[in-house]
Ligand binder design. Structure first.
Ligand code: DX5
Ligand code: ZN
Length: 233
């Protein structure tokens, strides 16, 4: 598949870096600025050393009127218990870390059976070989370019080679799978990341990081800059 046949780029703001006290407005504003999907980081203070948000908040965003896809990134162990709850709460994608599930194939099936799109997440040191026998059960491959747990970390360059390998896997298979990158994505590296094969770009601090004002248009210029950088790759 050539670059021109690729799926459209999706910009996925990670609400981990948004202002939780005004989350509904934050999500409205970043989507109005041109972002495509909402990246929703779920941390359990067990699989990763941080504690964030769960299905109630996902449901609250839906009730608030958010109709964009919600991309739930589970950093929790165990995984299976929480999957139906997120499906009920309005998740579109549910991705999880293979090390956190006792039965990866079963979890992937569970996510699809619940009516969501499924995905596997690869930590910086996790090999892509986890995909060997389950590629047909995956709608999204998420490559972590930081170790999971916190926003605002630096991009780990080895993720670029992993993206290239994952891109080859996807294109060779002919399957309909998105390739997402998460961690340290900014305006100045997003084009390089796209060239390595990604089509879905999570950015937390890169989008929400500097905006403190109450101007509802405060995310317009950062999203436009990302879109312009993507257009060059
Ligand atoms: C990290 C999370 C990321 C995080 C990215 O565990 O999965 O989604 O919010 O934040 P930035 O873009 O600031 O690296
Ligand atoms: Zn994430």
């Amino acid at each position: 598949m050539t670059n021109s046949e690729r799926k459209p780029d999706l910009i996925a703001p990670s609400i981990l870096s948004a202002n939780f006290a005004t989350l509904g407005a934050e999500v409205d504003n970043v989507l109005a600025a041109g972002a495509d999907i909402v990246h929703f980081d779920v941390m359990d203070n067990h699989y990763v050393p941080n504690l964030t948000i769960g299905p109630l908040v996902c449901e609250a965003l839906r009730k608030h009127g958010v109709s964009a896809d919600i991309d739930v990134h589970l950093m929790v162990r165990p995984v299976d218990m929480i999957v139906p709850e997120f499906a009920k709460a309005g998740a579109t994608y549910i991705t999880f870390h293979p090390e956190a599930s006792e039965h990866v194939d079963r979890t992937l099936q569970l996510i699809r059976n619940e009516g969501c799109k499924s995905g596997l997440v690869f930590n910086p040191a996790t090999p892509l070989s986890w995909l060997d026998f389950v590629l047909d059960k995956v709608d999204m491959i998420l490559i972590m370019s930081v170790n999971p747990g916190f926003g605002g970390q630096s991009f780990i360059p080895a993720a670029l080679e992993k993206l290239r390998q994952a891109r080859k896997l996807i294109d060779t298979s002919g399957l309909d799978i998105r390739l997402e990158i998460d961690g340290g994505v900014k305006v100045d590296n997003i084009a390089t990341i796209k060239s390595a094969g990604a089509d879905t770009f999570v950015s937390g601090s890169g989008i929400f990081g500097n905006a403190k004002a109450t101007d509802p248009h405060r995310y317009d210029s950062i999203i436009s800059s990302m879109r312009a950088a993507l257009a060059t790759a």
